[in-house]
Design a protein around this ligand. Structure first.
Ligand SMILES: Cc1cc2nc3c(=O)[nH]c(=O)nc-3n(C[C@H](O)[C@H](O)[C@H](O)COP(=O)(O)OP(=O)(O)OC[C@H]3O[C@@H](n4cnc5c(N)ncnc54)[C@H](O)[C@@H]3O)c2cc1C
Ligand code: HEM
Length: 476
């Protein structure tokens, strides 16, 4: 961390899109909610919990450290000590306060997992309660979230569950939280928000864990939340020194293709760092705070342009805005790139790239990266859609195959007659027919059901799990 530059090394190029420059407390949305620093909101008294919960008066305060020995919700970032997030310390005698500060114990992790198990069946209600409490007590935080919150509601709980599951694997947990924290910068999350979120979380947990909520469980949650928050705050701080929270991206072209697909080309306000095969998160001005994933269809380019393939899904908010209501000159926002689908360009294992629909986008980017920077290796692309006319990227792929003798492109359609040398059948079935693939490094991208079936086929064909890459279960 000491080696990092003290000041950000970036500077925005697009500065005339004020609506997109800042989200969070103090922005237009927050002002619209009528909450200012001069007129702070006073929390109403909440109704008593319905479910029985043990008395927690001594442990239930959110004051400064010390006193009760209960760790307070964090308010300032500590130095980044990743291993501390899961340090296993004994919880005994006068060492309790110090242990609370240092990190959760193995017993804490077990208690948190137990209560998460209880919560699973009432996760919806617990999540709704959490947000209700958060926004009643801190209405200024409502402005950080999208207007409609139906889709993302349980993500925070699921993330804590993931943290609970990974708690005894410090390296994996820290890597996950680091990525999560980088992603949270685009929401406008600040260090001082962690305390209120933690308070609301504990209120919801107390209410919904019922008889499994006791002082030990509360202490365990406080320590785990504190440890998780500390890693996230430190990661966000470190990231803030080297990268912006988000990138503004001007639309330079929208090429509408068959099958409700648009190829959208963007110019970012500063260099957008990503690896071919990874995905970005994107927000359109029409739907502030609503973020969706899209995978660049180009390897990082010298001219800085980023091209996306977007399919408008029925009633989809962001995809329809991009395909039908986006024009050159519009300014979007991108979050940091993420994802595990990227090729080792120093390797020479043959590659099997399987893309359904717009899932072909990151695979084209990977082919480009191999062509520009990789070593000689066989690359087999299988590209599928339901109907022939939905294979909107066919010409581009065939042009790539003409240029690169190591590249073979095969298409498949599950309905109607295929053209030329194309195959008939679903992608997983066609891939199954043309194995063996056990020597290949496989990358699968497309609709979730297609990914699941293709992964199952590859496993049956003897491809090792570690050689099959996809981003279906990615938590960001
Ligand atoms: C890692 C990753 C990478 C992705 N890359 C791309 C990409 O490169 N190009 C691309 O177009 N999309 C991509 N997606 C999907 C994209 O993130 C959005 O989910 C999609 O565009 C729908 O968003 P929306 O806001 O329009 O729909 P939402 O408002 O989220 O959904 C509206 C309704 O449509 C349904 N729905 C959502 N997706 C589909 C679908 N595919 N088919 C039918 N109904 C659906 C929902 O269940 C919901 O009922 C990717 C997703 C992930 C996880
Ligand atoms: C322990 C701390 C936290 C964890 C584990 C956590 C986890 C998550 C996860 C997994 C998501 C889903 C999307 C993504 O991956 O970015 C998310 C979204 C979000 N979080 Fe957090 N979060 C934490 C703290 C906070 C805090 C303190 C805030 C500030 C209010 C916050 C605000 C948000 C917002 C605004 C979103 C976007 C919601 C959306 O897209 O609809 N989070 N969080």
């Amino acid at each position: 961390m000491d080696n990092l530059p003290a000041r950000p090394t970036y500077a925005p190029i697009i500065t005339d899109a004020p609506g997109l420059n800042w989200v969070g407390p103090g922005d237009a949305w927050t002002r619209a909610w009528g909450v200012t620093a001069q007129q702070p909101y006073t929390s109403p008294v909440l109704p008593a919990p319905v479910l029985p919960a043990p008395a927690l008066s001594a442990a239930g305060t959110f004051g400064p450290a010390g006193g009760s020995g209960v760790p307070p919700m964090p308010s300032t970032p500590p130095p980044l000590v990743p291993q501390a997030a899961v340090a296993v310390l004994p919880l005994a005698g006068r060492a309790q306060a110090a242990a609370a500060q240092a990190g959760p114990t193995a017993a804490d992790i077990a208690l948190v997992r137990r209560s998460l198990g209880v919560l699973e069946s009432v996760a919806d209600r617990a999540t709704a309660h959490f947000y209700a409490v958060l926004f009643l007590r801190h209405p200024e935080l409502r402005a950080l979230f999208p207007a409609a919150m139906d889709l993302q509601r349980d993500r925070l709980f699921r993330a804590l569950l993931a943290a609970g599951q990974a708690a005894d694997n410090p390296a994996a947990l820290t890597e996950y939280l680091d990525r999560l924290a980088r992603g949270h910068r685009k929401y406008g999350v600040l260090n001082e928000h962690y305390g209120p979120v933690g308070e609301a979380l504990l209120t919801a947990l107390e209410r919904y864990c019922g008889r499994y909520w006791d002082p030990e469980t509360e202490l365990a949650w406080r320590r785990i939340y504190r440890a998780v928050s500390e890693v996230m705050m430190a990661s966000a701080e470190a990231d803030a020194r080297v990268a912006p929270a988000s990138w503004q991206a001007e639309v330079v072209a929208v090429d509408r293709r068959a099958g409700e697909v648009a190829v959208v080309t963007l110019r970012t306000d500063q260099r957008y760092p990503y690896l071919a095969g990874q995905y970005t998160t994107l927000e359109v001005p029409l739907w502030p705070r609503v973020w969706r994933h899209y995978s660049p269809a180009t390897a990082p380019r010298a001219d800085g342009l980023v091209t996306l393939h977007v399919k408008a899904v029925p009633a989809g908010w962001v995809s329809n805005a991009l395909v039908h209501r986006t024009n050159p000159g519009d300014v979007l926002r991108l979050g940091p790139a993420s994802g595990t689908m990227h090729v080792d360009l120093d390797g020479d294992a043959p590659l099997l790239l399987i893309g359904g629909g717009t899932g072909i986008a990151p695979l084209i980017a990977m082919v480009e990266a191999v062509a520009e920077h990789g070593r000689a290796r066989t690359v087999e692309v299988f590209y599928g859609a339901r109907r022939e006319q939905e294979l909107y990227a066919r010409e581009e792929l065939e042009a790539l195959a003409r240029r690169h003798p190591w590249l073979a492109v095969r298409t498949a359609v599950s309905e109607g007659r295929p053209e030329g040398a194309g195959f008939s059948g679903s992608l997983p079935a066609v891939v199954d027919r043309y194995g063996p693939w056990d020597e290949y490094e496989a990358f699968v991208s497309g609709p979730p059901a297609m990914i699941r079936r293709t992964v199952a086929v590859l496993r049956e064909e003897g491809v090792q799990g570690a050689r099959i890459h996809h981003d279906l279960a990615d938590p960001a």
